[in-house]
Ligand binder design. Structure first.
Ligand SMILES: Cc1cc2nc3c(=O)[nH]c(=O)nc-3n(C[C@H](O)[C@H](O)[C@H](O)COP(=O)(O)O)c2cc1C
Length: 190
């Protein structure tokens, strides 16, 4: 059921070591994303799949995970098994704000696809697109817009109800990661 899939699809930042995700499986997730609504149906998103361990290790330092926690994440040796770098192709359309909505729709579709396969990860917006482009030797027309770090999740992430508007995520002494979400009565406009 979608309700449970959405609930299960949390941001994970610790992963099982040495657990590969087959390239073809990620292609299936991207196929799902390619069937999503797209502004003007231009479909300017392109996807770079990175599964090579050395390349994943090279990209990891370019990403920042849970910057608001006082903890190095992912922990050493428990990084993601793969990255998908989502790029906007400016040869199809200039990168206008409307296309960032496509990015969100497609990113969540991929994350839900991963959750359905009992995999998961984290959407990473903190990587510099310039640095990514040069590290991945992408052509000028491909503008990296979002990174998805993926693997076999090892951390426990729990949804809670935000109290008094406090949405800051936190971890307890057992390293359980809590994600407060605003209650329905706070988000439905009367
Ligand atoms: C557009 C976007 C960018 C994000 N960038 C980062 C990031 O750079 N680093 C990170 O650790 N988490 C990032 N996140 C994950 C959020 O921190 C996460 O969604 C939030 O804490 C709520 O947790 P949840 O996904 O389990 O609901 C990003 C999420 C979105 C949607």
């Amino acid at each position: 059921m979608l309700k449970y899939l959405v609930e299960r699809s949390r941001s994970h930042r610790e992963f099982k070591a040495e657990a590969d995700i087959p390239h073809e499986l990620m292609e299936e997730w991207i196929l799902n994303a390619s069937h999503c609504p797209a502004a003007m149906n231009l479909q300017a998103l392109k996807y770079k799949i990175i599964t090579d361990r050395d390349q994943v290790a090279e990209l990891l330092p370019l990403t920042r995970w849970a910057a608001s926690l006082d903890k190095k994440l992912p922990p050493e040796g428990h990084g993601p098994s793969a990255f998908i770098v989502m790029c906007h192709d400016t040869s199809i359309a200039p990168l206008k704000p409307i296309f960032m909505i496509d990015v969100g729709i497609c990113a969540q579709t991929i994350m839900l696809s991963a959750a359905e396969a009992d995999l998961g990860g984290c959407i990473i917006g903190s990587a510099s697109s310039e640095v990514l482009r040069s590290k991945l030797s992408l052509p000028d027309c491909l503008e990296p817009v979002l990174v998805l770090g993926l693997g076999v999740p090892e951390d426990k992430v729990v949804l809670t109800v935000a109290d008094s508007g406090n949405t800051k995520y936190y971890r307890d002494a057992e390293n359980i990661h809590y994600v407060p979400k605003r209650p329905l009565e706070e988000i439905i406009i009367k």
